[in-house]
Design a protein around this ligand. Structure first.
Ligand SMILES: NC(=O)c1ccc[n+]([C@@H]2O[C@H](COP(=O)([O-])OP(=O)(O)OC[C@H]3O[C@@H](n4cnc5c(N)ncnc54)[C@H](O)[C@@H]3O)[C@@H](O)[C@H]2O)c1
Ligand SMILES: O=C(O)C(=O)C[C@@H](O)[C@H](O)[C@H](O)COP(=O)(O)O
Ligand SMILES: [Zn+2]
Length: 360
């Protein structure tokens, strides 16, 4: 097992990464000292892993909330179902909530934990590659709104993250690829050696080689933990974790939540961000091609949806948490391994990317 720490002073917490961790009762109980435990999960993950999470808590009062699966259920209504369950059981403010599942459950469960009685402790047990490398770490919790992705939420850190890499064995291939988009993101924004490692090891990752996956998860979490420790509330460097997300969130909202997986939308968005960076004269065309090639090798889409016209894109991008005074701000690339958040972006070049990128 590898242990990393997210260094946030009194809110610091460990990330445990390894095989067989769900069988390690001591790891979960170490961070769950209350007599009342709520487990939030969904109807895909529950039959696979709920028993293992419940096993150490036979002597506690346990409430399980099993939600329907899908991005379209990352809503205030689902959060309401969690509140109903906790209140129904008279759960106190020291009750611990365990979020067992992918990023949807982690974001939603964390949000419910942040709100219930103004905040109860919670633990992240991520079971997808995407949630093990990204969403379970850093305390961004929230739900979607019909007008925008993750528009309702809170920064609220978990007490620990327990990433059992064995759970990836049951993950569908399409979801594995979606997780690889966020892995590639770390290489692009701040870790060029990792990007090169990914170019050399993509086949091993797709073949689910255990060592390759463990290394990619650990290096991704290390990158994310460093960024979050430096800028927890996204006043600066943390915004670079949003590479491709302004375009990607527009795709997710515009096409309907769940049509494109988050990682797929981010993959397309990173290509659009790379194309725009090239148009602005910052990124070499050869690097854009290198980025597209790695994403394609990860079996991710790189071309935007045909039915999302430029004006609709711009409307959707106007609803983004990085915007200031209503002006769109985008994370762009100066080179592979270096991201930037420019003050203003040329609307002409942005329109050119939206009009032309991937349309030929
Ligand atoms: N908070 C953050 O910092 C952050 C970062 C990145 C993404 N996100 C959010 O995370 C969400 C995407 O997360 P995701 O990609 O994990 O999607 P997800 O939570 O929808 O999970 C993907 C699918 O895999 C299933 N699943 C989960 N674990 C499984 C397993 N071990 N075996 C088989 N099936 C399994 C799920 O039921 C679901 O059908 C989006 O809502 C995105 O906005 C948040
Ligand atoms: O942790 C962060 O910060 C990120 O931006 C990670 C992203 O991968 C993630 O999708 C996040 O939820 C997007 O944040 P948002 O603030 O744009 O909703
Ligand atoms: Zn993301």
């Amino acid at each position: 097992m590898k242990t990393l720490n997210v260094e946030l002073g009194e809110r610091a917490y460990p990330i445990y990464i390894g095989s067989g961790l769900l069988q390690r009762a001591d790891l979960l109980t170490r961070h769950v000292s209350s007599a009342q435990v709520a487990v939030v999960t969904n109807d895909t993950v529950a039959p696979l892993y709920l028993d293992r999470v419940l096993a150490p808590f036979a002597d506690r009062v346990v409430e399980t909330v099993i939600l329907p699966d899908g991005e379209s259920y990352k809503t205030l209504d689902s959060a309401g179902r969690i509140f109903d369950a906790l209140l129904g059981k008279r759960f106190s403010r020291n009750a611990v909530l365990i979020a067992l599942g992918g990023g949807v459950i982690g974001d939603l469960g964390g949000f419910a934990a942040a709100c219930y009685q103004r905040g109860i402790p919670f633990v992240q047990v991520p079971t997808t590659l995407l949630s093990q490398v990204d969403s379970s770490v850093g305390g961004k919790t929230g739900v979607n709104h019909p007008l925008g992705k993750n528009m309702i939420g809170a920064f609220y850190q978990p007490r620990c993250v327990l990433a059992d890499t064995d759970t990836l064995a049951t993950l569908p291939d399409r979801e594995l690829s979606a997780g690889l988009a966020e892995v590639i993101k770390y290489g692009l924004i701040r870790d060029p050696e990792f990007f090169a490692w990914l170019e050399s090891n993509m086949d091993a990752l797709l073949a689910r080689d255990a060592d390759a996956l463990a290394y990619a998860i650990e290096r991704s979490c290390r990158n994310k933990a460093e960024v979050v420790a430096a800028d927890e509330k996204e006043t600066g460097e943390r915004a670079t974790l949003n590479l491709g997300h302004t375009f990607g969130h527009a795709i997710e909202t515009g096409c309907g939540y769940g049509v494109y997986l988050h990682g797929e939308a981010v993959a397309i968005g990173m290509c659009q961000a790379a194309d725009l960076s090239r148009r602005l004269g910052w990124l070499a065309a050869a690097d854009v091609a290198r980025i597209e090639a790695l994403l394609r090798r990860a079996k991710l889409p790189t071309k935007p949806p045909e039915n999302l016209a430029t004006e609709r894109y711009l409307e959707l991008m106007a609803v983004d948490k990085k915007n200031v005074d209503g002006q769109v701000r985008l994370i762009l690339l100066e080179q592979i391994g270096r991201a930037t958040l420019p003050r203003g972006i040329g609307m002409t070049q942005l329109r050119a990317t939206l009009d032309e990128y991937g349309k030929a």
